[in-house]
Design a protein around this ligand. Structure first.
Ligand code: EPZ
Length: 421
């Protein structure tokens, strides 16, 4: 199993290009199921989760062609409407085929995603929303069996649905389902993440009638059919945020291309509070730092508040910052798996419920640590970049799910990172 070997202590200098967003690409790829004609995408990152999604769509009968970051998907001859346990257990975002399959074909059989390292992650709101649109849904033998064949014209019916928790993929699934429903759907307490907005923008180009994406009320007037279009996937704000924290922690000056500051207000605010100098121009962000940072309190919440996907990275920053920081995770019930690994490197962190108290220490010691989930792995890379000596990170397949060419990008900035089999 691959490992990363990091020799800490190098300041980062130079520029790298941020890839297309994983969490925009995943729903966008699944949206291909809604289209009668081919979808042409660009800025689709080379990530494990993208490979998994393309494989799942291919098994269903979507004709997939890929050339670098360009992907075309033709769902004119889909023959299977199922996402098996084997597929879903490797990537829970496979649940995003449920809405499109129901909307276009009236039937779907999707394995219930299990929990994962960061929490139980139920999909009850996805299911309740589809039931509000008239879908008949039975959970049997670990599968979601869904159908609209009993409905007028066999189509989902527009509905008003209030999500009692803000759910990103729940909002995306229901927005895709509503796009081909009969009548108008109003999704209330909708997620406002930029990835939801990017999906909506693409659906509108495909012929969908959607207003309010990016606000907490999304209105979708169903249409008869959707066609393919061309779309460039929005940049990955979490990848960008991760490298911005790397620059702030190591000290140096890093310029990120294809990085939109307007998607990262809460993260930039915290980096400035910690003492980094963050400037931006168009889709370029520059971070300058002397590496001496102040501890910053973090409280995660739905966009535009501080993103949960950046919590672990700021935990790493706080371990070597001056002062004491409170890090509160309000979205997932078990997203502190990186703490015990950082403690092995000498971090001074104590956990009380969903809050961690982080006391900055003068330095971390390199150690062998284990990745447990995607963003926890990224935070261990950050810790390794500033630790004294050598850090070995095991199980880095977690990293490959969400960071394209991570070691190449870091080494291009002057880090010393090697992948060892
Ligand atoms: C998306 O996950 C992202 N994944 C996650 O990124 C991200 O951490 C999360 O949103 C929050 O921003 C993708 O977009 C593929 P939620 P998602 O539904 O949609 C509860 C990464 O590192 N909930 O917004 O699965 C849920 O348990 C990944 O890239 C229900 O109770 O998250 C959680 O506590 C990790 N019932 C909260 O809502 C439901 O039906 C938010 O979850 C749905 C969610």
């Amino acid at each position: 199993m691959d490992k990363l070997l990091i020799i800490g202590g190098n300041r980062l200098h130079g520029e790298i290009t941020i890839s297309g967003a994983k969490n925009a690409a995943l729903p966008i790829l699944c949206a291909s199921l809604l289209a009668e004609t081919p979808l042409q995408l660009s800025a689709v990152a080379a990530l494990k989760d993208i490979d998994t999604t393309l494989k799942l769509l291919g098994i269903m009968g979507v004709k997939v062609a890929r050339n670098g970051d360009k992907v075309s998907l033709d769902a004119s001859e889909v023959a299977s409407f199922e996402a098996t346990y084997d597929m879903v257990k490797t990537m829970r975002a496979s649940i995003l085929v449920l809405g499109p399959l129901l909307a276009r074909f009236g039937t779907a059989r999707v394995s219930l995603p299990g929990g994962c390292a960061i929490g139980s992650r139920p999909v009850d709101l996805h299911i309740k929303g589809l039931q509000a649109m008239g879908a008949a849904i039975h959970i049997t033998h670990g599968y979601i069996q869904a159908s609209t064949l009993h409905l007028p014209n066999r189509r989902l019916q527009g509905a008003r649905y209030y999500m009692d928790l803000v759910t990103v993929t729940g909002t995306e699934n229901l927005m895709m389902a509503a796009a081909l429903a009969e009548g108008t759907t109003v999704l209330e307490n909708a997620a406002k993440e930029p990835e939801v907005v990017d999906l909506a923008e693409m659906l509108i180009k495909m012929g969908a009638n959607i207003t309010g994406a990016g606000t907490d009320v999304i209105t979708v007037v169903g249409v008869e059919k959707l066609n393919g279009t061309t779309h460039n996937v929005v940049c990955d704000r979490i990848e960008a945020g991760t490298y911005m924290v790397a620059a702030a922690m190591t000290g140096g000056e890093v310029k990120l291309l294809n990085a939109r500051a307007d998607l990262l207000d809460a993260v930039i605010e915290k980096l400035r509070e910690a003492g980094a100098v963050v400037t931006s121009e168009g889709d370029t962000i520059t971070v300058k730092s002397d590496g001496k940072l102040k501890a910053v309190n973090i409280r995660t919440a739905p966009h535009p508040a501080f993103p949960t996907d950046m919590q672990a990275q700021f935990m790493a920053l706080n371990t070597v910052a001056t002062g004491v920081a409170k890090v509160t995770e309000t979205i997932f019930e078990n997203r502190f798996m990186h703490v015990q690994e950082m403690q092995r490197m000498g971090a001074d962190i104590s956990i009380d419920g969903n809050t961690a108290l982080v006391k900055g220490v003068p330095y971390l010691d390199g150690a062998t640590v284990m990745a447990t989930d995607l963003r926890a792995s990224a935070s261990l890379v950050l810790a390794g970049l500033v630790a004294r000596g050598e850090t070995t990170i095991e199980r880095i397949y977690h990293l490959d799910r969400g960071y394209e060419n991570l070691e190449d990008k870091l080494n291009a900035l002057g880090a010393n990172v090697k992948r060892i089999a």
